[in-house]
Design a protein around this ligand. Sequence first.
Ligand code: ADP
Length: 509
Amino acid sequence: MQKFIIQISIVLLLVVSLPVVFILINRTANLSENEEIVQRVFDQQLETILFTINQNSENVIVSWINQIDFDFDDKSEMLINIVDKLFQNNSAIYKISFYNADNINEIKSFSNNIDAAIDAPDRLISQKLERLLKQNYQKIEKARNGEFTNLYFMLKSGERKVIGVFLIHTATFIGQNLRPGIQQISQGRFDIGVIDSLTVTGTSINDTISINKGNMHQKDLVYFPGYSIQIKLQNATISELVQARSKQDNYLFIGLLIIVFLGITFVIFSIQKEVKLAELKSEFVSNVSHEIRTPLALISMYAETLLLKRVKSEEKKNEYLKVINYETNRLTSLVNTILSFSKMEHNKRIYQFSLIDINTIIIEVADIFDPHFKSEKVTFSMKLDDSIAGIKADKESVTESIINLIDNAIKYGKKGEKNIEIRTIAKENSLVVEVEDDGVGIAQKHFKQIFDKFYRITSGNLAHIAKGSGLGLNIVQQIMKKHNGSINVQSKVGKGSCFSLIFPQNNKK
Ligand code: ADP
């Protein structure tokens, strides 16, 4: 049987561990691949963000150009008004100048009350702008001058070929025009900063960036030479994120594994229990058959002898009748035990609760046992507490329990003279009935199991010394449960046992 359980355990373990090993290998192999895919997707996202930021600055500059791009007249009121407005609304614009595209002579220059010098467009710039404008493309050229950027463009409108120049204070432009958009994008998820690659100083856009550290994504700001924008995930790198995720998955996985192994242990434990029960059942059947056959054989033998009138002396006849009576009682008691157990198993036993006096029941049971006590050389004593109150209980089943305990005390008593004592004790919230013997005793390892159905202690040939079904104590335990009470045992091998029935004083039944 043990071999069968080991085989089942091995099969179950294999069934679980093979997929587990497979999943583990697969997961490890896929981890770096996943990381790469996520990194690639993320890179693309960052590129898109950087592109959007660049697009943003273009939109701002183009909107400025559009405002001043009309038939150029350096005396026009409108031009002065528009330029004034531009200066007012955009402190990044320090100067706006207009040049003749042919000879690069300055036509007109407006200053935002700040002293800064525009770099006049050179020939190359002017030719390029003109050529592209002819192709209908208004290009913006740029040239850096320290902390300033010159933005050159050719006016589309009017007959004159005029080159306009914005002198921009770069840091102010970034702060005013790019920062809000970037902050919106970052939303606490990214660190975004603009770095001046000439001086290697940076402006953190959302105040958390550590410029130029870690794996940043970088892109040049198209309209501001020497400046680039950097972006990175806040707090963690992709690889850290993927690893953290996989760590989380691992914990989940380990949790599941523990549950599965607990499940398997439970299944194995249950199988083991069922196998043990099956063993006990089969032992029970052979045991009970034997128990029935012996008294039947004796009854039939003595009855036949009496019927054939072979016994002459009255004394012998009496002796034979006593045997028949004793064996019939034994059979009845065995059959009653089995019936009682069967009823309980099918939940069919009916309990009738009423107020009972346990001392009276004990005295009645002692009366029934009197002949046995004599024949088995039992010195029986009762110490009944008069102060105990009545309890609500089912008289029949309580009587049966006490009979079972006394019967066991006789069965498992020592050879020769035996002492059995029964006591009732009133405790604060309970009433205790103790049955103590000085018999063979029970080893502590059996304390729990003796209350299991069919369980009998077979060591030391005990099963052969005293016959039984292994049901008695289980029946008592079930009865006690129905009374919201309990049964427990104290015992020492060779010294004797004491079984206690504990009834709650205020049983609500
Ligand atoms: P049975 O007596 O029919 O075997 P029980 O359920 O009444 O079944 O008892 C279970 C086992 O507990 C017995 O087989 C016996 O080994 C042990 N046992 C019960 N009562 C006593 C006792 N008073 N002294 C020693 N062993 C006992």
